[in-house]
Design a protein around this ligand. Structure first.
Ligand code: ADE
Ligand code: ZN
Length: 337
């Protein structure tokens, strides 16, 4: 087992599902609160970490949105992203596609410009100083109105060279993909790539996956493991080469099951599944810990683990040179002996 963990550690990694606001560790939360003259209800890092217990998507989201109130200035967003990039580099993440939630900030008076510039500056430094390539994906909050998402889409256009795609996150209950069909059609027209959360075990999960594939025409799906309930949709994912960005540790908090078995089954059926971290500061595991968990629970081999990384770089939106270098490194590391 230690040997497999060591193999996982050596693998080059590609992360496709991480919310930058979900990487806000308690230590940085306290530091930013102090910088911005704010008081937090917890009196220590340990107390804060111990309070992170969730039993559903909404219970997590309440904590997540509350936590990000300490993010106010461009340096705050820079520091948040830089801290993530340092952790990612230490786990051999070579490429990361990073979600951010502009409406969670603009709705409390922080400008779009401040958010995007801080994240972008950190991404440039990460490329130069840590060798981590990255791209930003702007998520709309699905529990807000579609009109607000459209306004946010239009606000993003001057920054389009820094944002590769758009996504949809937050509370899925009563907020299906179809609510945002017009927004995503416009986003595609503007040149953005498309993804959407279909969180695990939500009411209407399978129907939402169908809408993503047929009405929205997404390029990939975030989570989406409930597709296993529909052989037709599984076949369609395989046929169209549409991948899933799965997050096993997050799943244990949101639905009480890592879905490692579903992930392995989908992989065996030829779906491009990938393993990612979602909100690591809250769920307690970055990409490497997620790979270790799924390897243990689903009994993955070295070849399976290499396949997961190959899937990730294949369905990523990375430039060709990044893909080529990644595949070369992956091949060298995963050679037997
Ligand atoms: N926002 C941040 N993390 C999320 C998740 N796991 N599901 C939906 N929205 C989110
Ligand atoms: Zn997510």
């Amino acid at each position: 087992m230690a040997e497999l963990d060591e193999f996982i550690s050596r693998l080059p990694k590609c992360e496709l599902h991480v919310h930058i606001e979900g990487t806000l560790e308690p230590e940085l939360k306290f530091a930013l609160a102090e910088r911005n003259g704010m008081r937090l209800p917890e009196s220590s890092v340990e107390e804060m970490r111990a309070s992170y217990t969730f039993d559903s998507l909404p219970t997590f989201l309440t904590r997540y949105y509350d936590g990000m109130r300490v993010l106010r200035t461009e340096p705050d967003f820079y520091d948040l992203a830089w801290a993530y990039f340092e952790k990612a580099a230490a786990q051999r993440v070579r490429h990361a596609e990073i979600f951010f939630d502009p409406q969670a900030h603009t709705s409390r008076g922080v400008s779009f410009h401040v958010v995007v510039r801080g994240l972008r500056r950190a991404a440039l430094d990460a490329e130069r100083r840590l060798g981590v390539s990255s791209a930003l994906i702007m998520c709309f909050l699905r529990d807000f109105q579609a009109e607000y998402a459209m306004a946010t889409l239009l606000e993003s256009l001057p920054y389009q060279q820094w944002i590769i795609g758009v996504g949809l996150d937050s509370d899925e209950h009563g907020n299906p993909p179809s609510k945002f069909a017009e927004v995503f059609a416009r986003a595609r027209q503007e040149g953005y790539l498309l993804t959407m959360h279909c969180d695990v075990d939500q009411q209407g999960s399978v129907e939402h996956i169908g809408q993503c594939l047929h009405d929205i025409q997404v390029n990939r799906i975030d989570h989406g493991t409930n597709v296993l309930e529909s052989p037709e949709l599984v076949a369609e994912l395989v046929r169209r080469g549409i991948g899933l960005t799965c997050c096993p540790i997050s799943n244990t908090w949101v639905s009480g099951d890592s879905k490692a078995g579903s992930i392995k089954s989908l992989m065996d059926q030829g779906v491009s599944v990938t393993i990612n971290s979602d909100d690591p500061a809250y769920f307690g595991g970055y990409v490497e810990e997620n790979l270790v968990l799924v390897a243990r629970e689903a009994g993955l081999s070295r070849a399976d683990l290499a396949t997961l990384q190959r899937n990730a770089i294949d369905i990523s939106w990375a430039p060709p040179v990044v893909k080529r270098n990644f595949r070369q490194e992956l091949e060298a590391v995963s050679q037997p002996g």
